[in-house]
Ligand binder design. Structure first.
Ligand code: 4AD
Ligand code: MG
Length: 462
């Protein structure tokens, strides 16, 4: 008994031998004397062809009626077929039904729209498209761990439940055991969190960065890779309420080191996927985005561009593009601006650095001009912002001043200030949105289609 992955990777070992394989029928066509089943067993993107012959199989008529979606087990001989479309096929000696699939099976052997399939998150992984997407998603995760492991970065698990709002944007999902029908109130009229599970107000993390900083100042180079949650009310094709983030953090590193790491990482992941998911990438190139492979291959051979926010505003103002959102120094860049810069101006990934401090988080290092911070966003064609990062403010007095300006409680964040007080050094890091990376590499244009079970505004199916 073997799986398709073994068979394809080790064809010579199985050639002309009898094997047993179990899987699901993607398609079944029968003629008078022969029938052909496209079988996928989940272990490889490709389906394999099973040939069944009337002369050989007592249950030929029955097999011919097996519908797409049914599970079968087949015993048969592996035959090389150099002249056919597929390199080999299995000639069945025995073929039995393991699990029937009735006629109302929604996934039929034809093209379904992605919108239709989105309503069926529990079944869509059985289509070619989603088989490819989720295999690549898994591979990208592996490539990321491999990249950091090879460079000596330590993997740290930062908490999911936290009392911090790392980004200070107030977009958090609360975690509470309080009875919503009977919320305890203090004398002052506020929610009495002392009666809550943790004795204080807590939420799901929006980023593991602050805790990663604590580890970077002990282990030097670390990274987190975990789920993050944002109650952003943006119903777009690139925002999810639950998404994964990769956040490296490096001690003794500045913004330049940070950009170098980000560029090296992106190229590494792309190369890894092109090499290790060739069939899937071929499929995306054919059915999702005809420019995909070309674009990704070009990226690996070119240096990412780099401009300041101030230069970016100038370029956007000079453009004749009819933007929906106004371009003004001090406004945050919108997706349309980000995509214009990476797709029209640079035609490749571009780092935008030195944003106005008002539109960035409190922890970013203030530049000499006192107006901008050492931030870096990486914008890529097709997606827009894929990475957000910065050099962190390591100067205690400046950080405290900034927190006071914004109104962040210094007492609650005293642990974070300790990191500056006790052996604080310059340090930098960034967050890569995992789903956005998968979108970029597969060419898929909706974040809902690269997450197995997506959670977005007003949408949380089972
Ligand atoms: O730019 P962001 O908000 O940066 C941070 O959270 C920093 N603490 C990271 C760090 O420096 N360690 O988020 C980082 C990335 C974005 O560039 C984007 O790719 C992704 O996370 N992201 C989202 N992805 C999907 N859905 C959302 N709602 C996202 N919000 C951010
Ligand atoms: Mg950002």
């Amino acid at each position: 008994k073997i799986v398709v992955r073994q068979l394809i990777n080790n064809f010579n070992k199985y050639k002309n031998k009898e094997v047993q394989i179990s899987g699901w029928i993607r398609n079944n066509r029968d003629q008078k004397e022969f029938g052909f089943i496209a079988l996928n067993d989940g272990t490889h993107f490709n389906t394999i062809q099973i040939v069944y012959e009337k002369k050989k199989l007592y249950n030929f008529e029955e097999i011919a009626k097996f519908r797409a979606g049914s599970a079968i087990t087949v015993n048969g001989i592996v035959i090389e077929t150099p002249s056919a479309k597929q390199p080999f096929e299995i000639k069945a000696n025995k073929l039995i039904l393991e699990g029937d699939c009735p006629e109302d099976y929604p996934i039929q052997p034809k093209r379904h729209s992605r919108e239709f399939l989105r309503e069926m998150a529990h079944l869509r992984s059985r289509t070619n498209l989603f088989t490819a997407v989720f295999r690549v998603r898994s591979l990208v995760a592996y490539a990321i761990h491999k990249f950091f492991e090879e460079r000596g970065f330590m993997y740290v698990h930062t908490p999911i439940i936290t009392a911090n709002d790392a980004e200070g944007a107030g977009e958090m999902f609360r975690v509470t055991t309080l009875d919503l029908k009977n919320i305890p109130i203090t004398k002052e009229g506020a929610v009495d969190y002392s009666q809550d599970f943790f004795g204080k107000s807590t939420n799901l993390t929006v980023s593991g960065q602050l805790e990663a900083e604590s580890f970077a100042l002990a282990f030097r180079n670390v990274y987190t890779f975990g789920p993050t949650f944002r109650a952003e009310n943006s119903n777009t094709a690139r925002h999810a309420a639950e998404f994964w983030m990769i956040e490296p953090e490096m001690a003794f590193a500045d913004l330049k080191d940070n950009m170098m790491l980000a560029e090296e990482m992106m190229k590494y992941i792309i190369k890894y996927v092109l090499e290790n998911a060739a069939e899937e990438m071929e499929f995306f190139n054919k059915f999702v985005d005809r420019e995909l492979k070309n674009r990704l291959e070009n990226i690996m051979n070119s240096k990412f561009a780099q401009i300041t926010y101030t230069e970016a505003i100038k370029l956007l103002k000079e453009s004749k593009e009819p933007f929906e959102y106004p371009v003004e120094w001090g406004n945050d860049l919108q997706t349309e601006h980000e995509r214009y810069l990476s797709e029209k101006v640079f035609k490749k990934p571009v780092f935008v650095i030195d944003y106005p401090k008002e539109i960035k988080a409190f922890y970013m290092r203030l530049n000499e001009d006192n107006k901008t911070v050492a931030a870096m966003d990486l914008l890529v064609p097709g997606v827009g912002e894929i990475i957000g990062g910065s050099q962190r403010e390591e100067r205690l007095n400046i950080l405290e001043k900034r927190m006071e300006e914004i109104g962040i409680n210094k007492k609650e964040m005293s642990w974070y200030l300790d990191l500056r007080k006790y052996g604080g050094v310059k340090h930098s890091g960034y967050g890569l949105g995992f789903e956005r990376a998968v979108m970029y590499i597969t060419g898929m244009n909706n974040i809902r289609d690269v997450i197995p079970f997506p959670r977005t505004v007003h949408s949380c199916e089972f």
